[in-house]
Design a protein around this ligand. Sequence first.
Ligand code: 5GP
Length: 177
Amino acid sequence: MPYKLIDAPLLTADQIRTRVYELAQAVESTTSEPLHLIAVLKGSIVFLADLIRAMRGPITLDFLAVSSYDANLSSGTVQLLKDIDTDIKDQSVVIIEDIVDTGLTLEYVQTLLRSKKPKTLQSVCLLSKPSRRQTKVAVDHVGFEIEDHFVVGYGLDYEQQYRHLPHISIVEVTSEQ
Ligand code: 5GP
């Protein structure tokens, strides 16, 4: 599919840095317990790396992988590609997600993790597109609310490209070749 990467960042590296620091403080201030962070691969890796370095700890990490997207279109069904490796029973768990769009992925992940009986379960998402929501999923901490754009950078991809960008930009799918 032909597409165009918009040069001007939607969110600059500075804006992201400041907000990620605030999110780290907000997450840690909600509990004095050790936190077990579970990042949803692959889009959240850059966010996770910056978030944990802004935290005091103690924290531990785990990862899970789901698939719901084909290029830039949501398939509407979520599949578990990799489950967590740790026992989260009675732990204070925080889901780290890159972006909440329809909300179906986060809802799936929350249901999966809740079934493993954590003590508490919070969700932190760098980005949210409220206008696209198809479910009333609860997100405890949101970095930025954005309009209905497909975005890349800071871990987010378009066909596996652009994850390395330090800022977040919009990709426009065009009809021209
Ligand atoms: P949802 O299930 O909320 O519709 O979608 C969540 C997942 O879709 C995210 O974890 C992310 O992988 C992908 N996604 C949704 N919107 C975007 C976007 O604008 N850019 C990118 N790169 N991925 C997105």
